[in-house]
Design a protein around this ligand. Structure first.
Ligand SMILES: Cc1cc2nc3c(=O)[nH]c(=O)nc-3n(C[C@H](O)[C@H](O)[C@H](O)COP(=O)(O)OP(=O)(O)OC[C@H]3O[C@@H](n4cnc5c(N)ncnc54)[C@H](O)[C@@H]3O)c2cc1C
Length: 335
């Protein structure tokens, strides 16, 4: 079968709502479609058995022509094995020219699995998409640590890209999507994952744009108990937790906690950057801070050029001591 159109993976959040990046991708897909002889835009939706009319309607408003639904009660929660394999089977059944997936932790897993199974290329973390020579997808992504961008043409089909969130604007238009129900024999998928319990991410209610003290973690804290320590310090200081894009992409913070060019611009009295290198895109968001304190084990980290106080060292040694010191201070005051 000739590859036809654009296929988008409809990922859902913990509450079962479609992630905004899906609507952003649909809006962009509409402009790509115009350059591809108006081929169809399909969305693949995987979930538990329920009525999907309102979701199909909503996806249609953003540009979906057809919504392929695979439903089974075992698919209520995201299961890397089931969801990746089902999405791959749908991509084989309705071979698209282009596959677009939001570059969230879930989207990245699905994309990596699918591209391997379909033996095609994958351009990750794109910041722009267009149709280039020979009607091929032209994917733009940052390279050299974000200092430059590269335009990448994938010459195998389907051409796959994951796209960062908040890059494209989600624009509604009146469209009616058709729902196509599919049955996939899930028993034939060798599932090695059992979901025992789903734990909601810790919600930090403070809006980082209003916080006087922000404790932000970066890639350096995305290991072991790094963010647990950051949350503990924030509690002691009555501050808000934020982070870099790396921390967001690794799932340690929510999008509303991301600071920087594609996140929020903040203006606290004190900004504590922990395990954050100080990339331009991050610094853009913290320029209005009163004082910047940086903790980093690399003495040459760019963040130190902008910090009022710099602590060179391992955050896993420094944070427990800091948290402990704050306790001691309190105890002394109480005596
Ligand atoms: C279009 C575009 C938009 C972007 N928007 C944003 C944005 O909004 N916000 C943003 O933050 N980034 C953004 N970025 C990404 C940005 O370029 C950087 O990639 C990102 O900020 C790096 O995050 P980081 O500092 O956490 O990670 P890294 O650059 O990997 O730095 C990690 C740091 O942790 C330190 N470290 C490691 N282990 C330890 C330890 N045990 N103790 C102490 N220190 C340690 C390391 O020395 C290093 O300096 C954007 C990029 C592009 C191209």
């Amino acid at each position: 079968m000739e590859p036809n159109g654009i296929l988008i993976y409809a990922q859902k959040n913990q509450e079962g709502r479609i992630e905004p990046v899906v609507f952003e991708l649909l809006s962009k897909a509409r402009s790509l479609k115009e350059k591809l002889w108006n081929q169809r835009i399909m969305v693949c939706l995987i979930g538990e058995r329920k009525n999907y009319d309102s979701i199909v309607n909503e996806l249609g408003k953003y540009g979906a022509d057809e919504v392929v639904i695979v439903s089974d009660d075992r698919l209520k929660d995201y299961n890397k094995i089931y969801h990746s394999e089902i999405f791959t089977q749908i991509a084989k059944k309705y071979p698209p020219r282009i596959i677009l997936i939001g570059a969230t932790p879930q989207g990245k897993e699905i994309a990596a699995y699918t591209s391997t199974k379909l033996e095609t290329g994958l351009t990750a973390d794109c910041t722009n998409l267009d149709i280039g020579e020979n009607y091929l997808l032209l994917s733009t992504r940052p390279t050299f640590g974000g200092q430059m961008t590269a335009d990448i043409l994938c010459k195998t089909f389907p051409q796959m890209a994951t796209v960062q969130q908040n890059i494209f604007q989600a624009i509604k238009k009146e469209n009616t999507a058709r729902a196509i129900f599919n049955w996939i024999d899930i028993d034939k998928i060798e599932n090695k994952i059992e979901i025992i319990k789903t734990i909601q991410k810790e919600k930090h209610n403070k809006d980082i744009r209003e916080a006087e003290i922000i404790i932000a973690g970066g890639q350096g804290a995305c290991q072991e108990n790094g963010f647990a320590l950051i949350y503990e310090l924030a509690k002691k200081l009555n501050g808000a937790v934020a982070g870099s894009r790396e921390a967001y992409e690794k799932g340690y913070i929510t999008k509303s906690q991301q600071v920087g060019q594609s996140g929020k611009v903040v203006a606290p009295k004190v900004y504590i950057a922990i395990g954050i290198s100080g990339a331009d895109q991050h610094l853009t968001g913290i320029k209005n801070s009163g004082k910047i304190i940086a903790i980093n084990k690399d003495k040459n980290a760019p963040i130190f050029k902008y910090a009022d106080i710099g602590i060179i060292g391992d955050l896993f040694e420094i944070l427990p001591r800091l948290i402990n010191e704050i306790d001691i201070d309190k105890e002394e005051k109480n005596e």
